[in-house]
Design a protein around this ligand. Sequence first.
Ligand SMILES: NC(=O)c1ccc[n+]([C@@H]2O[C@H](COP(=O)([O-])OP(=O)(O)OC[C@H]3O[C@@H](n4cnc5c(N)ncnc54)[C@H](O)[C@@H]3O)[C@@H](O)[C@H]2O)c1
Length: 309
Amino acid sequence: MSCINVISRNFSTSVVARAAIKNVTVVGGGLMGSGIAQVSAQSGHNVTIVELNQSVLDKTYKSIENSLQRIAKKTFKENPNDANAFVSEALSRISTSTDLPNVVQDSDLVLEAIVENLSVKHKLFKSIDEVAPKKTIFASNTSSLSISEIASVSNRKDRFAGLHFFNPVPVMKLLEVVKTPETSDETYQKLMAWGKAIGKTTITCKDTPGFVVNRLLLPLMAEAIRMLERGDASPRDIDIAMKLGAGHPMGPIELADYVGHDTTNSIINGWHDKFPENPLFEPLKSLQKLVDEKKLGTKTGEGYYSYKK
Ligand SMILES: NC(=O)c1ccc[n+]([C@@H]2O[C@H](COP(=O)([O-])OP(=O)(O)OC[C@H]3O[C@@H](n4cnc5c(N)ncnc54)[C@H](O)[C@@H]3O)[C@@H](O)[C@H]2O)c1
């Protein structure tokens, strides 16, 4: 290998190291945002969580504290001092704010985990595109929207990508890094490195509906619901079949109840509107009925199963 190659490789490595993501802004402190903020802080990153108001931020902070304490108790069983240090160190890296334009000034990565609505996400990214430093990467944790469509309102499409986490974030090991045709290789490499630094296993996916996991899971749940609707088998039998016959940890009907029927229904309907010819995305009558009746699954105590005592 030539000397110039070695020098240029060392130079580019040091540039990347210097440019690594250190300060992260997580917008949205709900279920996903709080988990993302937690794993980022746990792994040594400075995190600012941005929410609509301070009372949500207080709740988010408290839920992160509780989650860290649970982990500390398990990890440092014999050593309460180390457990306390783990919790307080991680918490010391987390701050909260309601002033997004101000917070982004110091941010290497702005990761959005707000409501799953394209126009709300557009409004958010539009509000910071001009004020965020040039180096700042924008990312969305959307489950079902197109990253290119979200990025379309920004002038930094090369520094825009999808970072799709899984619930519960501190437990689930996977991170899908979603590249649009315009995401630059530098942005992609930085996000892959950051994903590894926060302890996730990263996979890469194009900006295609549902990325990898949801593109396979949603049609599975939908097909299981179609079996129910046709009366082919009971919910219990479908779930036992997939657990014992396919080794799945949860059956597809249980999974649908766990995910929440409002979420599943809006994803399926959204994909159907966009790709009406795809039979996998056909709307489901029984799912719509459960949504109309507010029987959304485990979170409301009833879905395809009842969770009421
Ligand atoms: N829930 C899941 O299993 C899951 C998994 C992967 C990805 N996602 C995606 O992550 C995103 C968030 O989902 P969630 O389940 O955490 O939702 P959530 O409802 O628990 O949290 C969303 C939070 O965003 C806040 N918010 C809304 N608009 C805001 C704004 N303009 N500025 C700041 N905060 C704002 C809300 O107050 C709320 O606390 C969605 O895009 C969803 O598709 C969800």
